[in-house]
Design a protein around this ligand. Structure first.
Ligand code: FDA
Length: 306
């Protein structure tokens, strides 16, 4: 219920104005977000020495073409900066198709494909890759179709599958072929029971089934979770499938279990940190609060002290 309330708050303009205009909350936001500018993100990538990174320029649900163009430019700038700083070897980018025009009324999917293609070209020029994030369940077919098209020219393009969706085990089988890069996560949106598992135990069981499919497959699984039990299971399944540590990777969010991120990397496992930056941090931040009651307690304490 708490999670649903915070997800609803993430869409509320009033809550957004309150949170954005309360400077005392800034340190809590900074725990999860690198800062407003690409320079902030590059500085944090440097600090995350020894870890792989996926940079996310924050921004969702674009409703005009000009905004989508600005998002393309932001990513092209990010990729240039990563190249100049010689960080493209360990940093790629993640993006959301809603920020690239997917929901525009006419030709939205075509526009999103064309915009993402330009970002993939910039990523290829810098020597790195793109991963397409997954949003709510109504967008899965469009996202997978766009990713299939991109992979024809940019085979390293990755995407995300969400274990809470009932369809995902079958999607994992479809995307377990050679060269496929699939980030498996639990899923962050408030989805109805008709399409998604709602109980934690069901989501976790689905995550393990999906992991089995991906680990047995010929692609490159990206295990995105902070859940210690699932991390241990992933390692076991990788070993059973004959995968060496370079044949898959773990992923976690910036600011969540940072010590564990370093521990896994020190053990020789590939560990990638998802690092958001930009001024549009509000919906992302509210989703993170909803994932852990302790985060909300810090947040409310700071608000009360204000
Ligand atoms: P779970 O929520 O069960 O948490 C397990 C444990 O991890 C908790 O007990 C706590 O200790 C810790 N933890 C988890 N979240 C925390 C937080 N916010 N703050 C502090 N501690 C926390 N979703 C999506 O729908 N589309 C996407 O494209 C992506 N992309 C993505 C990339 C990466 C790299 C990650 C790690 C996650 C995503 N997600 C996502 C989000 C994902 O779906 C999910 O909401 C979160 O990862 C939380 O789920 P866990 O697997 O960590 O398990």
């Amino acid at each position: 219920m708490l999670r649903s309330a915070l997800l609803a708050a993430s869409r509320s303009a009033t809550c957004r104005a309150l949170v954005e205009n309360t400077p005392v909350l800034r340190p809590i936001v900074d725990r999860f977000v690198a800062g407003p500018a690409i320079e902030d993100a590059v500085r944090v990538v440097n600090d995350l020495d020894g870890l792989l990174v996926s940079l996310d320029h924050l921004g969702e649900a674009t409703h005009d073409r000009a905004h989508a163009e600005r998002t393309v430019e932001a990513y092209r700038l990010a990729l240039r900066r990563l190249g100049e700083a010689e960080l493209a070897g360990r940093a790629e980018v993640s993006l959301k198709l809603s920020a690239l025009g997917r929901d525009l009324p006419a030709d939205g999917e075509k526009i999103a494909l064309e915009c993402t293609r330009r970002i993939c070209e910039a990523a290829a020029a810098a020597g790195t890759t793109v991963t397409v994030d997954m949003e709510d369940h109504t967008t899965v077919d469009a996202t997978l179709s766009i990713v299939r098209s991109l992979r024809a020219d940019f085979p390293g393009t990755g995407t995300v599958l969400q274990a809470y969706l009932r369809r995902t085990e079958a999607d994992c089988a479809d995307f377990a072929g050679p060269g496929s890069r699939i980030r498996l996560c639990k899923g962050a949106y408030d989805e109805p029971g008709s399409v998604a598992y709602r109980e934690k135990s069901e989501v976790d069981a689905s995550y393990v089934r999906c992991l089995k499919v991906l680990m047995r497959g010929e692609g490159y699984p990206m295990v995105a979770t902070h859940d210690p039990r699932l991390i241990a299971i992933a390692e076991t399944l990788a070993g059973r499938s004959g995968r060496a540590s370079g044949d898959y990777e773990f992923q976690m969010l910036y600011g969540v279990r940072p010590d564990e991120q370093k521990t896994l990397a020190r053990r020789g496992l590939r560990m990638r940190v998802y690092l958001p930056y930009g001024t549009e941090w509000y919906p992302y931040f509210m989703r993170r609060l909803g994932e852990r009651p302790a985060n909300l307690v810090f947040f409310l304490r700071a608000l009360a002290a204000h």
